[in-house]
Design a protein around this ligand. Structure first.
Ligand SMILES: [Zn+2]
Length: 433
């Protein structure tokens, strides 16, 4: 049983990690300033020269990059390597506005594969595993990332891609898949489908690596119980490479960021001020080993907390909490900040499955929010009075979590459309006005 494990890097001393970061940051800043007009312009505007950046202590002097910069510079404006050296393009789903495209040299792909391999190993993966990847392939980074990582570990890799649930389950049973990689909502759907078909005893899964969308601890427990596995979180974003920027270890108290490749900061999203460990703010990344698309101080919009507390797994890289919401996803309803993850946690706590949709509308200049929730088959009842009692109970629980009145409508099991990629949770009709 061989593991593709890099303890000399993942368990390096803080001084060693810092030395790598200092050296790689200085080189990256110099290179982007010299080769990319967009960076040069932004740094000149802020009056910063590459000579001002001598170590990580100087990082705060650099200007931020945002998704708007990536859109302005679309498609080639931020590429820092000759195009003849680039071998791959990946892209975000582009649900709003212009798509963001990211570029990779072969060296960048190798490093990305390393990051994903570390995530698979942290979830217990070895060359004896069968890794079942049902993230989408193609422009989306989920499939290619975990696929490359699984190859590096030496696992037998099943490039299933998303969709065709019947075939997913059949292959899982026939080929003995042991590690499942997909979005948590699809994992929940697969778990439900396996359960319904009475096939739980036929599957050999032991672990799952789930990411690319928000999920709660309750949803984790629900999936773990239904599939009899340990479920691990993984985090990443196309702009910074893809999945594997950070990942959970066995301790499951946050995700280790691959600090030899990415420097993480947490900032106050309003003032841009850098916050210390333990404070909640927006996560910002600087990639320090990428050739083609090395973004500096990229604002992720994800809200989280960093921690340098010692981890029982032996890894020394800083840990980030699961994102507690995105500044983009955050809904402001009646002046109150509402994160879909908060609503989901209430539902799961009350024994509902994670099948729900949030509708927001504006009626007579006032915001209204309604959550449609599927009853579980056990709860399903046609008795109007029982449904009304259950709805009332949820209204109260949501009010105590969010501080505002949320209308609740219980709907029949399976009446909310299932998604095979990222689930559509929020329908905000206010945007149409
Ligand atoms: Zn750990």
């Amino acid at each position: 049983m061989e593991r593709y494990y890099q303890p000399e890097i993942e368990c390096a001393s803080p001084e060693q990690i810092r030395a790598w970061q200092d050296e790689r940051l200085v080189a990256t800043v110099k290179r982007v300033y010299e080769n990319v007009a967009y960076y040069r312009k932004k740094m000149d505007e802020k009056g910063v020269t590459p000579e001002d950046i001598r170590s990580v202590d100087d990082l705060h002097k650099l200007p931020f990059l945002t998704k708007d910069d990536l859109r302005d510079a679309y498609p080639y404006g931020l590429v820092a390597a000759p195009l003849k050296d680039c071998v791959r393009i990946q892209s975000t789903s582009g649900t709003t506005g212009r798509r963001v495209v990211a570029f990779y040299t072969q060296h960048d792909i190798d490093l990305w594969d390393d990051c994903c391999a570390r995530a698979i190993v942290a979830a217990g993966g070895t060359n004896e595993d069968v890794v079942h990847v049902c993230y989408g392939y193609g422009l989306f980074t989920g499939g290619p990332g975990l696929n490359g990582g699984s190859h590096k570990v030496g696992s037998l890799t099943l490039p299933m891609s998303s969709g065709n649930t019947e075939r997913q389950i059949q292959f899982m049973c026939d080929l003995g898949s042991t590690i499942l990689c997909c979005t948590p909502s699809y994992a929940a759907y697969l778990a439900e489908s396996i359960h319904e078909r009475g096939l739980r005893d036929k599957i050999k899964l032991k672990a799952g690596i789930f990411g690319a969308e928000a999920w709660t601890q309750e949803m984790r427990r629900d999936i773990e119980e239904k599939l009899g596995i340990k479920a691990y979180d993984i985090y990443g974003l196309t702009e910074i490479s893809g999945p594997g920027v950070s990942f959970e270890c066995n301790e499951q108290t946050g995700m280790h960021i691959n600090e030899d490749h990415f420097i993480a900061e947490v900032i106050n999203p309003v003032t841009g001020e850098v916050l210390p460990d333990g404070e909640k703010g927006e996560l910002v990344f600087t990639s320090i080993t990428k050739e083609a698309f090395p973004l500096t101080r990229y604002r992720t919009r994800d809200i989280c907390i960093l921690s340098h507390k010692k981890c029982s797994c032996g890894r020394t890289h800083v840990k980030m909490t699961k994102p507690m919401g995105r500044s983009d996803d955050m809904l402001i309803v009646k002046g109150v900040n509402v994160f879909p993850a908060q609503i989901e946690s209430v539902l799961l706590n009350k024994g509902y499955a994670a099948n729900y949709q949030i509708y927001v509308d504006r009626i007579n200049n006032s915001d209204v929010i309604e959550v449609r929730v599927e009853m579980t088959p056990e709860m399903f009842s046609d008795t109007v009075s029982i449904i009304a009692t259950q709805e009332k109970e949820l209204v109260e629980a949501l009010k105590s979590m969010l501080g505002i009145y949320v209308k609740v409508k219980l709907v029949a099991p399976k009446s909310i459309t299932r998604s095979e990629g990222k689930a559509v949770r929020v329908i905000d009709n206010r945007k149409l006005y």
